[in-house]
Design a protein around this ligand. Structure first.
Ligand code: ADP
Ligand code: MG
Length: 389
């Protein structure tokens, strides 16, 4: 196992620069997710790490070694793709054994008939058999070893693909959206399994996904990518609680964070959609973006800051998502409420909305995170965490 270092990687396809100087260190044994919208360059970066694509500039290091000039086969990395890329005519055992056979056997030994007469073949095939059985046991597919991929469910195929990555005992695992072909229930289950596998192996994992829930639930650290750049790297908590950029704030979290236009006056006091808030920004006399997560709104008659109109209610069983329009905003915002706080009959009603100053996120006009000024502190608790009325 090894540390993987990505240093100032640049890549263009034709006129389009897909990676604009990406740097990221993945520690030995760490699980790092690269998360971002489709097309932001995640797969390209993973393919460059694997050696399947050449970068225009920058370095890839595995452990202390610069591997820029090493072929994919010599980088000792295992990659699991979204399409599992199993050989349909080979059994599960043979599929898992493919990388070992390719690595261990000389060119002549790989020839089907001649190969079996070559010295060393027998010992190697015993070793390969043991490695395959061990990987299959780890993944609980040892009862499926004789089947063909066509006789397996999607989840089982996915495990075979992981098994094939596992037998190589690579320096690091590279996974490119390995769960996206699974149905929702199996995805949740397999998510937990991959996280457990990571704990069990203590191996370095680089995991690419567009699904922020996967990134949040599995990773030691998350790198949020957009438009060929890493916007923020941090633990799931850091990324969720302290997004450094408004694009990170909007991308991470479901339903999405509400981003409201605001202004700071010359003392820094923030006016939000025409209402003075008693919250102060560290920056004065400027336009701001003020973010509030759906779970941080409260419906309160005592300390309302905003008036919203309820336009739609989604009942998720354990909680409700209330869609609320605000004067001055084109899109409704979504707030989470307790299940019994609102009823479908309340649609059209005006809701007095409040929030705690400590829960807001401030961004400048360019989207970079700002702090709330300590001037706010006497009024920090604008509302108590009261049950919704
Ligand atoms: P992601 O995995 O984040 O969805 P990709 O890395 O696959 O994104 O692609 C990033 C951008 O690069 C996309 O606009 C894609 O169309 C483009 N791209 C990827 N591979 C190639 C290629 N071989 N030739 C031309 N354009 C490509
Ligand atoms: Mg991709």
């Amino acid at each position: 196992m090894a540390k993987v270092s990505i240093e100032n990687i640049e890549k263009s396809f034709g006129q389009t620069q897909v990676l604009k100087g990406v740097s990221l260190d993945i520690e030995d044994g760490e699980f790092v997710s690269l998360v971002g919208p489709s097309g932001c360059g995640k797969s390209t970066l993973l393919r460059i790490i694997a050696g399947l694509e050449a970068q225009d500039a920058g370095d890839i290091l595995i452990g202390p070694d610069n591997v820029n000039t090493k072929r994919a086969a010599d980088r000792n990395l295992s990659m699991v793709f979204q399409s599992y890329a199993l050989y349909p005519h080979l059994s599960v055992a043979e599929n898992i054994a493919v990388p070992l056979k390719m690595r261990q056997m000389s060119g002549l030994q790989r020839l089907p008939v001649l190969g079996s007469f070559m010295p060393g073949s027998k010992k190697q095939s015993v070793e390969i058999g043991e490695a395959v059985t061990s990987a299959a046991k780890t993944l609980q597919i040892d009862h499926l070893l004789d089947r063909k991929p066509g006789q397996l469910s999607g989840g089982q195929r996915q495990r075979v693909a992981v098994g094939r990555a596992l037998v190589r005992e690579p320096a690091a695992f590279l996974l490119d959206e390995p769960l996206s072909n699974l149905d929702a229930k199996l995805r949740v289950h397999t998510r937990a399994e991959i996280a457990q596998l990571h704990r069990q192996l203590g191996a370095t994992f680089i995991y690419v996904t567009h699904d922020q829930v996967e990134a949040m639930t599995m990773s030691d650290r998350i790198a949020v990518m957009m438009d060929g750049e890493i916007l923020q790297i941090g633990s799931p908590e850091e990324i969720y609680d302290h997004p450094a950029d408004v694009r990170v704030a909007e991308f991470m979290g479901l339903p999405k964070m509400a981003i409201l236009p605001a202004e700071a006056d010359k003392k820094g006091e923030i006016t939000l959609l025409g209402t003075a808030t008693k919250i102060y920004s560290e920056m004065t006399s400027c336009f701001l973006k003020l973010g509030i997560r759906p779970e941080h709104f409260v419906i309160t008659k005592s300390y309302p800051i905003l008036q919203g109109r309820l336009v739609h209610l989604e009942n998720l069983g354990s909680e409700n998502y209330a869609h609320v329009t605000l004067d001055g905003l084109t899109e409704p915002i979504v707030i989470k409420t307790q299940k019994h706080a609102l009823k479908a009959a309340d649609i059209g009603e005006i809701l007095p909305l409040g929030f705690d100053a400590a829960d807001i996120h401030l961004f400048d006009e360019d989207g970079k995170a700002l702090s709330i000024s300590p001037k706010t502190s006497p009024h920090k608790k604008l509302v108590r965490r009261m049950a919704s009325v």
